[in-house]
Design a protein around this ligand. Sequence first.
Ligand SMILES: NC(=O)c1ccc[n+]([C@@H]2O[C@H](COP(=O)([O-])OP(=O)(O)OC[C@H]3O[C@@H](n4cnc5c(N)ncnc54)[C@H](O)[C@@H]3O)[C@@H](O)[C@H]2O)c1
Length: 377
Amino acid sequence: MRREKISNFLSVHHGVLPVGLYNGEECAGRPREVVCNRTLHSLKLTMSKKVLLLGGAGFIGFNITKYLAENRNYSLTIADNFARGKEDKLFTELVEKHQIRVVAGDFTDPGTYQLLDEQYDQVYMLASVVGVDNANSIPHEIIRINTALIFNTLEWIRRSKVSKVLFTSTSECYAGTIEAFGYKTPTPEEVPLCIQDIGHPRFTYAVTKMLGESGFLNYSRILGFEATIVRYHNVYGPRMGFKHVIPHLVVRFRNGETPFKVYGHDQTRSFCFISDAVMGTVLAMEQPGTNREIYHIGTQEEITIGELIHYAGDLMKFEGEYENAPTYPGSVSRRCPDITKARTQLGFEPQVKWTEGLRQTVDWYNQYLEQGNKVYE
Ligand SMILES: NC(=O)c1ccc[n+]([C@@H]2O[C@H](COP(=O)([O-])OP(=O)(O)OC[C@H]3O[C@@H](n4cnc5c(N)ncnc54)[C@H](O)[C@@H]3O)[C@@H](O)[C@H]2O)c1
């Protein structure tokens, strides 16, 4: 129910008018105005924001686009080079059904920005090279591509009329603070950012995200556009690709691995289902008062990797043996966000328990593979 209430927010001008379509409750302690359904309908018809999703064909971007297409009356543009974002059936259907503009191009090239419009009300900055495997194997490309995407986007904003940008960062930015300084877990946003080993390839990704956080917050202050940062914590769900722990597990179980290696069995993570991540992100973009704020978007359901793998094994009807094994060097031992700030300021409340989200994700990947689709990436 909470999700429905939140989705009834209606954006007006450059802020958000939380529309009171439900029983006189306060939402997240914020004032709200009550409008009748007819007013809501006519506002929806007349107010159309222009929204750009840079990296919008990827896992999280696709799902934010879908949510906005189904719940807002915005003019949506996805910009992506489709290096990882997919022009699959789901993408094509979404784009065609909602008349979403697609700009295909490599945004490490500053010239590609000429394909965009000059004015947007909201820009979701999701474009990035992601993943531990990529960081370990092509750290120089992580530095080149992510830095170029951040810098080119900031300089394009300088020349354009962009009202608000949301930059997507990561919990990896403070992994070192937890390991080296024993910072508290669950971890709030004010944690100092730190990596443990500046020369280690794994940390190139976090370094570029620190650049992005600093870049967007400071360009915003000097140039006068609004910027908000979200730090995601292990977002997962259907259609996330195969370079993530959960789809990887499905493939390994299907391949009959036994004994089944449980890498990093006693490490903890807090897995955030995609629909919850989308809700947190849209709230961070649309709620008033979020300018130059950082929000941890995730859940506080902290579980061990062992628990995750054993439950995935149950879902896969695995009956073999498990064997604990060490994980990637540099992998943080505990990760759990403190989401109090997002709860109190945004009204963000994750809805999907990890067991339910895991079941949905495992089912989706099983079905995908049973239909003869390939493991890609
Ligand atoms: N998924 C998570 O758990 C998680 C955690 C922390 C942070 N994030 C951040 O959230 C954002 C979205 O993550 P995601 O999981 O959807 O990743 P994703 O890889 O699915 O999406 C990133 C998108 O950026 C696009 N892209 C890459 N290089 C580009 C270029 N040169 N020009 C244009 N587009 C380009 C890719 O094609 C892809 O569609 C990323 O910035 C990521 O760093 C995600």
